[in-house]
Write a protein that binds this ligand. Structure first.
Ligand code: SF4
Length: 478
């Protein structure tokens, strides 16, 4: 473990979801499409699928005389949600019994068409396609090194750097090239790949981002989360281990411990917020972990002693629900769904100024006045980032007639950025760093009182000490 330093970095490979499917009989793209729907929460800016079909179609492996498998990559990519980017009729036209897929989140400035994954390239090991979830912490240094050595970079993706590392490798085989490239890849990566017609998945040595293996009646599925396995009726087999390379073929699944695993450091924020509640993440159900975070907060409130008790617990939709349930159960204070979220306003879009953002939150969220009027309300949320949304919601609840508005946050303060694949703002934008203490944050969001879950409380709730807590502590595994 080393202490964090602020370094500039190419903010490209971020919150994403990846899939790989091997399906006997073909139509792998259709399963990838369904799995990507289930992973939509991991990225809404773009989506893509890449398949491989052998030539002639349906034949056993052939070569084109160069030793490479004779076949073609086919892809479909676009901006927006899966339903917009990957129309069903076009997905059905993608041939092949093996495919990978990706859903992507990016910032506005990085929302460039060439950044949409899967990323494809010709390499000495054959036609290559990759879908990446994670972020290389050393990508600026790596980009400079590659450009110095003559590589021409055409995107702002750290994923492209991996391709250049592979292409420059003198290794005898693709797995060996991956091993060599990974020595320079410092950070988080859960990858699904097609290379020379073979299907692979690889997870970084810390296991920062989740990656799971499932068995389908027609083959095999790899995905960021188990919710994607459920979406395609695949049975969860196990997590892919840190440093493990999986190769899937008609012979089944072959596992190689390609890289020596480091001390595990899965991202605790996957459990706090990012993963879908029905997913099993790092050996535990995300919803149950969030319930326990809420219970821990109630325990910490009780331990601190409260002169008066609140009347109701109100979750901030949707991510505050499980912890609010846990808090209510543990404290005995009634849970009230007093804030309603409209599901028709559309996905969160990045608006240019705070006024427009405030307007969109008011369109999205409504407070039931009769539920909060005259009451002491505990608002429950998973985290506070910049504080602007929290301030608006506190004000909305107050305007609806609440006597007092308390805030409870089911994770410790976020005081450091994430360099490993979650899109968080720079340090100075994080609300906790703009105030001297938690009471300053309380005043900034306008709450009558505010408590965050302690780090020990989070560790208790997640039942495991080995996590990355970097955005909370400034200590990162890489
Ligand atoms: S810094 Fe935070 S968000 Fe990033 S990997 Fe670590 S725990 Fe997860």
């Amino acid at each position: 473990m080393i202490e964090a330093v602020d370094v500039p970095f190419r903010k490209a490979g971020e919150d994403c979801g990846v899939v790989a499917v091997w399906r006997r009989g073909g139509a792998a793209a259709e399963l990838v499409h369904r799995a990507l729907f289930a992973l939509q929460h991991r990225g809404q800016e773009a989506a893509g699928i890449c398949t491989f079909s052998q030539q002639p179609q349906g034949a056993q492996k052939t070569t084109d005389g160069s030793g490479k498998t004779s076949g073609r990559l086919h892809h479909l990519k676009g901006r927006g949600l899966v339903v917009e980017a990957l129309p069903v009729h076009k997905t059905k036209e993608l041939p092949g019994d093996r495919a990978i897929g990706h859903v992507r989140y990016s910032t506005v400035t990085m929302d460039r068409a060439e950044n949409i994954q899967p990323f494809t390239a010709h390499t000495p090991y054959g036609q290559f396609a990759v879908a990446h979830n994670g972020n290389l912490k050393n990508q600026d240094a790596l980009a400079a090194e590659l450009e110095e050595a003559g590589s021409l970079l055409s995107t702002s993706m750290d994923t492209e750097l991996m391709v250049h590392l592979l292409a420059r490798s003198k290794a005898a085989s693709f797995p060996d090239a991956l091993r060599v490239a990974s020595e320079k890849m410092l950070g988080a990566y859960s990858l699904t790949m097609l290379c020379d017609g073979r299907l692979y998945a690889l997870r970084d040595i810390y296991g920062v981002r989740p990656l799971v293996l499932g068995e389908h009646r027609d083959g095999w599925v790899v995905a960021s989360e188990t919710c994607a396995l459920e979406a395609v009726d695949a049975r969860y087999v196990r997590e892919i281990n840190p440093g493990e390379l999986i190769e899937i073929s008609h012979e089944g699944v072959r596992s190689t411990q390609l890289l020596p695993a480091a001390r595990p450091a899965p991202c605790v924020f996957e459990l706090v917020y990012f993963a879908r509640p029905n997913s099993e993440v790092f050996g535990q159900n995300a919803h149950q972990a969030r319930l326990r975070m809420g219970e821990q907060l109630a325990i910490e409130d009780q331990a601190a002693g409260m002169d008066v008790l609140p009347d109701i617990v109100v979750p901030v939709p949707d991510s505050g629900f499980p912890s609010a349930i846990g808090y209510a159960r543990k404290s005995g204070i009634p849970l009230e769904q007093a804030i309603i979220r409209s599901h028709y306003v559309g996905r969160t879009f990045i608006l240019p100024d705070q006024d427009s953002r405030s307007h969109s939150i008011r369109l999205k969220l409504s407070v039931i006045k009769d539920a909060v009027r005259g009451k002491r309300v505990v608002l429950m949320d998973d985290s506070i980032v910049r504080g602007n949304t929290s301030r608006l919601i506190v004000q909305m609840v107050r305007d609806a007639g609440a006597a007092e508005v308390w805030m409870r946050i089911a994770s410790p303060p976020l005081s450091w950025p994430c360099y490993l694949g979650i899109d968080t703002p720079d340090r100075e934008e994080l609300v906790i760093n703009r105030h001297v203490d938690v009471d300053g944050v309380r005043r900034a969001v306008g709450a009558d009182n505010l408590r965050y879950l302690s780090l020990d409380g989070l560790k208790n709730a997640t039942k495991r000490a080995e996590f990355c807590f970097g955005c909370m502590t400034g200590t990162y595994p890489v």
